[in-house]
Design a binder for this molecule. Structure first.
Ligand SMILES: [Zn+2]
Length: 234
């Protein structure tokens, strides 16, 4: 293998690392958004539970209001009874009072059921609140980890790029720009070994002459299918 090719291979190793790191850095915002989404669904569940309890409390207040009104009704009936001398009318009112008391009992039963349900709702809220808090802690950690990773990536890319700069100084300019053009085009390996008579990049069979010349290091040859630069790796 020519020294040019050896240098290009070292350069390619750095470039592929840079590419991989850049891809990872590019994906970080999406990963953070996904994490935030997870938190959002926990927040929604908690808000929903809180809302349910609130509307339940309103229902209980309504029933209590009804009971209060019914009690007032009974008091009025009693006042009316005090002023009535007629026995039939008095009894009719007594009937009304009895019916109202029944209504109160029904409302009280309803209130009792609502109270019991409220205990369940409170338990649900406590559960949702706990899982929200747990998730918040996890999200905070995940976000901090991703921020740290983004910083590390940036530093690593910086280091690799300056390393790359030094490497390119020793490579012939036309070969370097040929390599860079192919790398940009294929997005992965610009240099590939010949594997069992085929291109190591696209796996198409290569003409014997290309294989021979590459093996002898006579010229820097490209695969005529994918354009990648070929090298001989014994
Ligand atoms: Zn190829």
């Amino acid at each position: 293998m020519s020294t040019n090719m050896e240098k290009l291979l070292i350069l390619q190793e750095r470039d592929l690392k840079i590419l991989k790191l850049k891809r990872e850095a590019r994906d970080i915002p999406a990963r953070k958004a996904e994490i935030e989404g997870r938190l959002k669904s926990h927040q929604q569940a908690f808000d929903e539970a809180t809302h349910n309890l609130k509307s339940h409390k309103t229902s209980i207040q309504q029933v209590e209001g009804e009971i209060e009104a019914l009690n007032q009704k009974i008091l009025k009936f009693r006042e009316q009874q005090l002023q009535i001398k007629d026995n039939t009318a008095y009894k009719a009112l007594e009937k009304e009072i009895f019916a109202t008391r029944q209504e109160i009992r029904t409302a009280e039963d309803r209130e009792l059921v609502l109270m019991e349900e409220m205990e369940d709702l409170k338990r649900v809220i406590a559960e949702k609140e706990k899982s929200l808090k747990d998730e918040q802690a996890i999200v905070q950690k995940d976000n901090a980890r991703l921020d740290q990773r983004a910083q590390d990536i940036e530093a690593e890319i910086h280091r690799l790029e300056s390393d790359r700069q030094d490497l390119t100084r020793d490579i012939e300019k036309p070969l370097l720009s040929r390599y860079e053009r192919i790398l940009k085009h294929v997005g992965d390996y610009a240099l590939v070994p010949i594997e069992k008579g085929a291109c190591g990049g696209c796996h198409m069979n290569l003409p014997p002459q290309v294989i021979h010349d590459t093996q002898k290091g006579m010229d820097v040859l490209s695969c005529n299918f994918c354009g990648r630069i070929l090298y001989w790796a014994p």
